[in-house]
Design a protein around this ligand. Structure first.
Ligand SMILES: Nc1ncnc2c1ncn2[C@@H]1O[C@H](COP(=O)(O)OP(=O)(O)OP(=O)(O)O)[C@@H](O)[C@H]1O
Ligand SMILES: [Mg+2]
Length: 286
């Protein structure tokens, strides 16, 4: 396990929404623990700007400029608010505004070019949709980022962490990150393996043994954290989500890919389902 801080640089895309404020508060706590540098970024963008360009809406230019200026001003206020929050906590912060761009593309490019260790963002903006699902920016970033992405869905403290383990390389990385977070926050951790219920139904002893082997190899990698292991059978994503909910976990940590390693997808289906449907915050590790 790495001993030095693995979270030197954290990128926080901000849009002034409630989930985003919860993300900022969580980052402040993490950054203090890991002595991380934080970059907050706001991308100014509005639908009319894109639609006018693509569809030839014939919006008079002065009107378009006025709307765009309004969005720029609002964006600056959002950015200043976030910057102030980190400064007040004594955290080194860099604030950037990108005038007009696709938010997800801009965030992905910056995360890659400047080699951030983690992107932390809200699951939604202020769009009144299903509260726990992902908005389009969060979805795109969590699918395509090359670094870990933490999706914050509500006010999150880190005292109970659930790590989903399937024996894959990606799950090993997830465990490594979870251990670091748990250590610094003195959190309790559960290592969970779920065996698919249909296979379990056919060969319970065999699948149980596989699950136990996966968990015992994970157990050997954990040091300095209070933890327990749990083996379940059921629908994979549903079971992870249900256990997180019933056990009041603050965070689920998953690898970005499982054992299937299907290359055409950027994110494994379980990680995708969990990040879309869990009620608590989710960290996707790569
Ligand atoms: N313009 C932006 N600049 C910087 N970060 C952003 C921007 N828009 C969204 N974000 C980040 O993405 C998170 C999720 O917002 P997202 O836009 O995906 O949800 P939404 O607004 O509910 O959905 P949609 O925009 O698809 O209607 C926000 O909490 C914020 O962290
Ligand atoms: Mg949005």
């Amino acid at each position: 396990m790495k001993s030095e801080s693995h979270l030197k640089k954290i990128l926080v895309p901000v849009d002034g929404s409630h989930p985003c404020l919860h993300a900022e508060e969580l980052v402040a706590a993490i950054a203090k623990n890991f002595e991380s540098k934080v970059t907050v970024i706001h991308v100014v963008s509005h639908e009319l700007m894109q639609a006018a360009r693509k569809l030839d809406y014939h919006v008079p230019t002065p009107v378009l400029t006025e709307i765009t200026n309004w969005f720029s001003q609002a964006g600056r206020k959002i950015l200043w608010g976030a910057e102030a929050l980190f400064k007040e906590e004594g955290i080194e912060v860099d604030a950037r505004i990108v005038e007009y761009g696709d938010p997800a593309e801009t965030i992905l490019r910056l995360a890659k070019d400047e080699e951030y260790d983690l992107v932390v963002m809200g699951n939604r903006g202020e769009t009144e949709a299903e509260v726990f699902s992902l908005g389009s920016v969060a979805e795109k970033v969590s699918r395509h980022a090359e670094c870990p992405v933490l999706i914050v869905k509500q006010k999150t403290k880190l005292s109970k962490i659930l790590v989903a383990i399937d024996g894959s390389e990606s799950a090993d990385k997830a465990l490594e990150h979870a251990v670091q977070l748990a250590k610094k926050n003195k959190a309790k951790m559960t290592l969970l393996n779920v065996q698919e219920s249909r296979i379990f139904g056919l060969k319970p002893e065999v699948t149980k043994e596989i699950g136990e082997r996966i968990l015992s190899s994970a157990r050997a990698k954990v040091r300095g954290v209070e933890f327990n292991t749990q083996l379940e059978s059921g629908n994979l994503a549903e079971t992870i989500i249900e256990i997180a909910e019933k056990g009041n976990y603050d965070l689920i940590v998953v690898g970005s890919r499982g054992l299937s390693g299907v290359k055409r997808f950027f994110l494994g289906s379980i990680s995708d389902d969990v990040s879309h449907h869990a009620k608590c915050s989710v960290l996707i590790v790569r």
